[in-house]
Design a protein around this ligand. Sequence first.
Ligand code: ADP
Ligand code: MG
Length: 271
Amino acid sequence: MLSELRTANAELWIVVFSSVLRFTFHASRELLMASLIECEDVWKIYRVGDVEVQALRGLSLTIEQGEFVAIMGSSGSGKSTLMNMLGCLDQPTRGHYRLNGVEVGGLKPDQLAEIRNRQIGFVFQSFNLIPRTSALENAQLPLFYRGISLKEQRAQAAAALGRVGLHGREDHYPTQLSGGQQQRVAIARALVTSPSLLLADEPTGNLDTQSSREIMAILEALNRDEGITIILVTHEVDVAAYAAREIVIKDGQILSDRQTKARPTSSPVEG
Ligand code: ADP
Ligand code: MG
């Protein structure tokens, strides 16, 4: 009687243990296999007074970790609205946006801020640097809430400036830097938190041809050498040509989506 009970007990534990194992396995596999970005029938509707603007109209899109994507489309087509949503600055009116498997639509403002600070770097057309503040302090800003020492913050900001070729310019103010250099400070600021996703909304829109090329070369290297996922909005065909995938948006919907370069393989063949 007692031994039967023991056997039954042991069997029960085996069943419980194996289902826990199976659940853990499936849950972690789901996380491992989730795309970086999944948009499913996403709508964004702005209401201004009595007028309703449908900026995104049932847009669906998947982007994997490590991609370099250019988003093109005429003015007013919804590019910035899409970027703001992908960057967790805004949430969809309807539909699903999952970032790393997490449903962004259900998050509260402080959770969105946490995701932005941990996972996403932003670069804008107008640089958005703080005036009368050194390059180093500008690059250091996102580390302010990280709970690390000031010394460590400065070291990380200096390293980020080094990665964009601004070593020696740490103490320069924005007014003492060219447009291209200011945009590089903005990229350093975006990189300083080690984001997995870099969003750039017309980063070369205010730059001359030579500075645009330098900025694009930096973004290209970050994607190629460090595997950072980059999504870039641009009007210019030669800027979009740096990316490996080109998505055209029209009236809040995807007009075309094509791979323009082979995806980088994880084990390049030496030749
Ligand atoms: P793009 O970046 O492609 O130029 P946007 O995403 O900025 O386009 O805008 C898409 C549409 O949504 C436009 O018609 C624009 O006027 C409208 N829109 C964008 N932001 C807002 C807002 N905050 N309030 C109301 N309408 C907006
Ligand atoms: Mg825009």
